[in-house]
Write a protein that binds this ligand. Structure first.
Ligand SMILES: *Cc1c(COP(=O)(O)O)cnc(C)c1O
Length: 392
């Protein structure tokens, strides 16, 4: 392959682009993870992470992908045979369910059409019928990265409260944390699962669990056999600024910088910026005469937009044309959406002109790939961005 000048446009919904300041922060000699410099770094970080999750409780950091943090949430709190409720919001919900299955949980999987979020009314009905309170956890994906749909977690909490049900609430915020408003404590979440490579603008490699007192109590009395993922060992070591095994040291340098970036911008401004770019993207898609996959406006994702292709058009063919001609990667359709949608990531280290480059690449790609569409999506997005709604 010959060299391609200029920066590749990585517009998949995670891993997201890494800001230069974060790259520079990680480009350092390794330090002793049993020494005083590390204890200071980790001690500070474990506190600085809490407001990002909206919690004053501990947040644990595993050297893992998000999938590992899913497993940590389950094995510390649930036992084989425990009944849980999960929602079929898309591919990531289906994968978490498959893991729960493998670990021996009994799952009530609420069916969905992959075009809207978890249904709080259906949850409330199931919980109200569970008079023996045999359901131990409700597990939901906040931002379903395969579909571009964001479930309203406060409505899920409300369903638990209305049914006065004691089940734990576990939320996957892997693609929402640091991009979409979220409050672990205020929303009554028991375990928040997340990881590093989406809104936190880092490479893959860190998995997170934020935990409530109730989740910690459940882990003390129960959970499954576990070792690597054991919260108790992690919290014991973390108490002194260390880890029970080698931490991902240089990723932690990067995490510290990423948190600084979020705080310098202000989390509320970060969330507003994501909402604004998502709205501009939807205006472009609508102007092209194409369809946004998400069907519930209150659940549009601030992080990504999945675009449905007209019948007879293979979305992966369009993606491949765009990669080849314009050096831009878009997200592929996952699971049953394979070939039917492409996903535009508009998250992380991203601004108005990154969005305009992205949308111009898509509009040119639609033309080159001969997808039936109208022109003017880029213009519609520009009109919105240049209009009466400045970035915060
Ligand atoms: C990316 C993603 C995952 C998987 O995370 P890995 O780091 O690839 O293990 C899980 N859930 C959601 C919502 C995601 O976006």
């Amino acid at each position: 392959m010959s060299r391609r000048a200029g920066r590749h446009f990585l517009q998949i919904p995670g891993p997201s682009n890494i800001p230069d300041r974060v790259l520079r922060a990680m480009d350092r000699p390794i330090i002793d993870h049993r020494g005083p410099e590390f204890a200071k770094l980790a001690g500070d970080l474990l506190v600085e992470l809490r407001p990002i999750f909206g919690t004053s409780n501990p947040v644990m950091v595993f050297p893992s992908s998000g999938t590992g943090a899913w497993e940590a949430a389950i094995v510390n709190t649930l036992e084989p045979g425990d009944r849980v409720v999960m929602f079929e919001t898309g591919q990531f919900a289906a994968l978490w369910k498959r893991m729960a299955d493998k670990l021996g949980l009994e799952i009530d999987f609420i069916a969905g059409d992959w075009r809207r979020g978890a249904d709080a009314a259906q949850l409330e009905a199931i919980l109200a019928e569970d008079r023996s309170q045999s359901i131990k956890a409700v597990m939901v994906v906040h931002n379903e990265t395969s579909t571009g749909v964001t479930t309203r977690i406060p409505l899920i909490r409300e369903a638990l409260d209305k049914a006065q049900h004691p089940a734990l609430l576990m939320v996957d915020t892997i693609s929402s944390l640091g991009s979409v408003e979220y409050h672990h404590d205020a929303w009554g979440v028991d375990v928040t699962v997340s990881c590093s490579q989406k809104g936190l603008m880092l490479p893959p490699g860190l998995g997170f669990n934020a935990v409530s007192d109730k989740a910690l109590a459940a882990s003390q009395d129960g959970g499954m056999r576990r070792s690597y993922w054991d919260w108790e060992e992690m919290l014991k070591s973390n108490g002194t600024g260390f880890f029970p095994y080698s931490p991902a040291t240089n990723m932690l340098f990067g995490l510290k910088e990423a948190i600084a970036l979020l705080n310098e911008e202000g989390l509320d401004n970060v969330f507003a910026r994501h909402n604004r770019h998502a709205e501009a993207t939807r205006r472009a898609v609508t102007a092209w005469g194409l369809e946004v996959l998400c069907q519930e406006p209150a659940e549009y994702s601030p992080v990504l937009t999945a675009v449905l292709m007209p019948d007879g058009i293979n979305a992966d063919q369009v993606r491949s044309v765009i990669l080849d001609r314009f050096d831009m990667s878009l997200g592929t359709g996952l699971g049953k959406l394979a070939g039917k949608v492409f996903r535009i990531g508009h998250l992380g280290d991203f601004n108005d002109l990154s969005l305009m480059g992205t949308l111009a690449g898509v509009e040119m790609g639609l033309a080159v790939a001969q997808v039936p569409h109208k022109r003017g999506g880029v213009q519609a997005a520009m009109d919105y961005l240049a209009g009466n709604n400045r970035a915060a």
